[in-house]
Design a protein around this ligand. Sequence first.
Ligand code: DGY
Length: 330
Amino acid sequence: MTTNRPRVFVTRLIASEAINRLREEDVVLDLWDDDLPPPPETLRMRASDADALICLLTDRIDESLLDAAPGVRVISNMAAGTDNVDLATATARGIPVGNTPGVLTESTADFTLALLLAAGRRVIEADRYVRDEQWKTWGPRVLLGKDLYGATLGIIGFGAIGQAVAKRARGFDANILYTRRSDAPPPEGLRSAKRVSLPDLLERSDFVSIHVPLTTATRHMLGERQFASMQEGSILVNTARGAVIDQPTLASALAADPPRPAFAALDVTQVEPIPTDDPLLRLPNLVLAPHIASAGETTRRAMANLAVDNLLAGLRGERMPNCANPKVYA
Ligand code: DGY
């Protein structure tokens, strides 16, 4: 039976509140409810007769996918980043692409602080030390770490998340350096933060945290030369996108003597999940997390709801609350 109701393909089980909202709408819902993403061929097939997609950063929405899905007129990506979507092709085809910034800022900043502190104060190693029965006594030289308190924190990318990290770090009396394309003054409350060049930031910071989106300009922006310029003992945290870092080069930098950076904490890697033979996995001076910086319960619900808001606005032909390619409305 044919229907005029728009067909919406949702590529994963997102918050049930958001799914229920879709069920109440006049749409045909096609839900991929596996824990793993649909394989590329399945994504292609299920998208082929869809009018709209709610997709995730694990789904590659490129030109060839869009060629195979000519009916798609709305894309709603449940992520702030849109590097998985070919925005230029979507724009050229008049397809608005929604994304979900804003609602994940605070969760992501919280988790960044968790990594900065875990890396600086060796929390993961400490846990292993206790479980491995190495804890014999209180020791004046045991597991010495680096304080965030009073340190210099370099923030690469001073958008909403970078600023939210800076706000938290001010509570630790950290000195904030940042890079940003815009020369707008830092906001109220962060007036003492200093905008510097990337080389300057890397040379002067005890901790460096990455908060730029992945674009052609930021891909591999940190490589051999940048690592070599970092301070001895410095700590690098990445909760943005793995490919902002040249990852094999980071593995060599962490394995060098002395390592620069001395320690890294990565929530994101160039390939996700990180392949089991990746040299990073053999290094002791590294903490990894499986891309969970935004994984606060309420945050993920808010992201799913915003993805639905974007989708429904798109289907109604209205401007999306958060559109990643606003040129589409020009
Ligand atoms: C994003 O939204 O881009 C994060 O990487 C996942 O929440």
